[in-house]
Design a protein around this ligand. Structure first.
Ligand code: MTE
Ligand code: MO
Length: 239
């Protein structure tokens, strides 16, 4: 597998999270900082490999290696101005609505440590992500029983599709903050989706809409040879 699965490769520069980097410098090379249960502790990549999650699955899915900072994986950025940002929540709901950035932030943000897994083979463990849960947005809109899938709509027509039950999990959110800092633009600012338990391409950057649908709508990568479901523990990489 190539390091970057997009065609053609586009690598944007990254604004590093200094908070995270400082921790890592203190922790030393080959270690991962993870925040769980309110505490910060250090874990070597090998310890992370051996650790199991609460659901019994290994912390690091098969074929993945642990990295220490989020890598910018490219894509076509959306509108940068926060003032122009709107998030549309629509589709199979009783009351569709649109939010400005401050309205979104005002809805009741949660901050949680989650792991993310990129299909190119890296995993980032235990970063702190702040945002609003999809399940809270779904409840506010009055999600209908007929909604079976969620489409994360992004700038320039990028989409990803996630099953309803998986999109409404507690750790699935729209997020604007990583390790205490606003998301950098290459990582999807102002706002991106975050679907930790599926390969990271499901986490649409430069998010513009959340659409609830009856029938599945395979998205950008799902229609380009990647797996429709994308479970890292089943290595659902290719379709
Ligand atoms: N809008 C949009 N979102 C996107 C992509 C994209 O090209 N456009 N790429 C996806 C892929 S393939 C990955 S691996 C992750 C990468 O996120 P990162 O650049 O923050 O690491 O974003 C996903 N979200
Ligand atoms: Mo990716």
């Amino acid at each position: 597998m190539t390091d970057d699965h997009r065609q053609p490769p586009r690598v944007l520069s990254e604004a590093p999270s200094t908070a995270r980097r400082d921790f890592l410098l203190r922790a030393g090379a080959g270690t991962v900082v993870t925040a769980m249960g309110g505490g910060l502790y250090f874990l070597s990549g090998r310890e992370a490999q051996a650790e199991n999650r609460a659901d019994g699955r290994p912390r690091v899915p098969p074929g993945q290696r642990v990295i220490e900072a989020l890598k910018p994986m490219g894509g076509e950025p959306g509108e940068a101005a926060v003032s122009a940002f709107r998030l549309k929540v629509h589709g199979e709901v009783e009351t569709p609505f649109e939010l400005t950035f401050s309205e979104l932030v005002g809805l009741g943000a949660v901050e949680q440590a989650v792991d993310v897994h990129c299909v190119t083979g890296w995993s980032l463990l235990g970063a702190m992500w702040k945002g609003v849960r999809i399940k809270d947005l779904a409840a506010k809109a009055g999600i209908k029983d007929t909604a079976r899938h969620v489409i994360f709509e992004a700038a320039h027509g990028y989409t990803s599709n996630v099953r309803r039950d998986e999109a409404l999990a507690d750790d699935v959110m729209v997020t604007w903050e990583l390790d205490g800092r606003r998301l950098a633009r290459p990582h999807g600012a102002p706002v991106r989706a975050l679907v930790p338990d599926l390969y990271f391409w499901k986490s649409s950057k430069w998010l513009t809409g959340i659409k609830f649908v009856r029938r599945d709508e395979p998205g950008f990568w799902e229609t380009r040879g990647y797996h429709n479901h994308a479970d890292p523990w089943k290595e659902e990489r290719y379709g």
